[in-house]
Ligand binder design. Structure first.
Ligand SMILES: Nc1ncnc2c1ncn2[C@@H]1O[C@H](COP(=O)(O)OP(=O)(O)O)[C@@H](O)[C@H]1O
Ligand SMILES: [Mg+2]
Length: 466
């Protein structure tokens, strides 16, 4: 059995809100009925995080994510319930916490290192490593109040991750930095995972949660509405935030009952289903058993996508693709209402939800002016399969104007899937086939002697992989 790193049992948090600041004072000084309004930021949260797990936390602003993290870290006490944490915890909470603005970066590194349980010598030994990761140059000797928010996060992230915590808590901070720094942070989070660390990660970035986390929870109005695999949790969260106001309550009920039935706890690999009633005949290029199980159809606004499938150039429906061949991704859209400034989209993703590439049919200024009510449109995206052997998933989307804003009139996630066939003796590695052309030569005095190219490249490949 796996070790439990964090256990949250029936935790609730009530904040007292006062209409006027003076009421708080009156409450303290004068006996009688409280002048506060009670506000429950969290209600009856139960959560277990296993050692080595990376848990993503999603939810709208004000849903209670930061409150939950603060209770786990210990900077807030729960009104009721119990929290147990095993191991050293290090946290990058919302901007500003833990750093003294009057101190220099260097002083704050020492100050925070001490708070995190290191002694002076240990921090000294790690200081250069921290400064190098933060990469803020001479600013390390300036007071933190002179930092930009980006610089601040760089230093804070460097400190909380260099102390090698057992549990790392990151609250939304990473969206502040630039992409290159974010990539560096993700690499560091990955190394914490690899050595068995536990991570709690609040993020608005669906792709990051899907890519980094191996489980996720959705918090909504202080309630733990859903827990399960990151892909399902993130998609249900998006469904909730994009739902029209009138449908939110019903959707919330759906998600809640889905959670109670444990429907989203399947592992990612289960998203490849074995259908028991094959409708289409099997062939070398079509596997009727290969249908996505994770399909989510968003709420439709006057347009509905259907019949998503891939064909080869001969028009045959396929879901087993050959590397470097051309295919057409096709779907139909039925418009039950007239739509304006219409565009169509597609996206190809990995099994973990990572977005590999996609396209839209038109630029915004060249969108289709108007599609009349009752029309059916066929959309075809021709593409060159430059992917390595593996399983991939497809999205489809129709964009149009609602109240002068471009929105998805309909959107389907994981609406189709395909497998790129394994071939023998492939030289390319990774996910994307860049059609690499390799030349290997022996540099011998003034001569350049080409040597057995294919054999040599394989050796290089083996060395790279070793
Ligand atoms: N110290 C506080 N006093 C009163 N209300 C608070 C306090 N901290 C947070 N809240 C309220 O609790 C709710 C949850 O906040 P928070 O946990 O920060 O949400 P999130 O991180 O999901 O955006 C919000 O409505 C917020 O206004
Ligand atoms: Mg927050």
């Amino acid at each position: 059995m796996s070790e439990i790193a964090i256990s949250v049992k029936n935790v609730s948090k009530c904040f007292k809100r006062y209409a006027q600041p003076v009421d708080r004072l009156k409450d303290l000084l004068l006996p009688g009925k409280s002048r506060a309004n009670e506000f429950w930021a969290l209600q009856n949260i139960d959560l277990e995080v296993l050692k080595g797990q990376t848990l993503g936390i999603v939810g709208r602003n004000g849903s209670g994510k930061s409150t939950l993290l603060q209770i786990i870290v210990g900077t807030l006490t729960p009104t009721s319930g119990e929290v147990q944490v095993r191991g050293r915890i290090s946290a990058l909470l919302e901007l500003g916490s833990g750093f003294n603005p009057e101190f220099t970066g260097r002083q704050n590194v020492f100050f925070n290192g001490r708070l995190l349980g290191l002694d002076h010598k240990e921090i000294e030994a790690k200081f250069d490593q921290i400064a190098a990761f933060a990469d803020i140059g001479d600013f390390i000797e300036q007071p933190v109040k002179t930092y930009s928010s980006g610089m601040f996060v760089r230093l804070a992230f460097a400190v909380v991750t260099t102390v090698e915590p057992d549990i790392l808590v990151v609250d939304e901070a990473l969206s502040v930095g630039d992409e290159a720094f974010q990539r560096k942070c993700f690499a560091r989070l990955q190394s914490i995972r690899e050595r068995g660390g536990t991570i709690l990660f609040v993020s608005h970035s669906a792709a990051s949660v899907i890519d980094l986390c191996n489980s996720a929870i959705l918090i909504d109005h202080g309630e733990l509405l859903l827990s399960g695999n990151p892909k399902s949790v993130v998609f249900n969260y998006q469904k909730l935030i994009y739902a029209p106001a009138g449908k939110i309550q019903a959707l919330r009920e759906d998600i809640r009952s889905m959670n109670h039935q444990g429907k989203v706890n399947q592992s990612l690999n289960d998203s490849i289903t074995k259908s028991s009633s094959p409708r289409q005949k099997a062939s070398a290029l079509y596997d009727p058993d290969m249908k996505p199980k994770s399909t989510i159809s968003y709420i439709s606004i006057g347009a509905k996508i259907s019949q998503t499938h891939i064909t080869n150039l001969e028009g045959k429906t396929v879901n087993i693709l050959c590397r470097r061949s051309n295919y057409i991704y096709t779907y139909q859209v039925k418009f039950s209402e007239t739509a304006y400034r219409v565009r169509f989209g597609m996206l190809i993703k990995t099994i973990s939800g990572f977005e590999l590439g996609g396209a839209v049919s038109h630029t915004l200024d060249k969108a289709i002016e108007c599609v009349e009510q009752g029309s059916t449109v066929q959309v075809q995206f021709r593409f060159h399969c430059l992917l390595q052997p593996g399983v991939y998933f497809l999205n489809a989307g129709v964009l149009g104007l609602v109240d002068d804003t471009e929105v998805f009139l309909h959107r389907c996630v994981d609406t189709a899937m395909f497998r790129v066939q394994i071939e023998e003796n492939i030289l390319e590695t990774g996910l994307v086939d860049f059609k690499v052309d390799t030349h290997v030569s022996l540099l011998n005095q003034s001569q350049v002697i080409p040597i057995g190219i294919e054999k040599k490249s394989k050796e290089i490949e083996r060395n790279l992989e070793a």
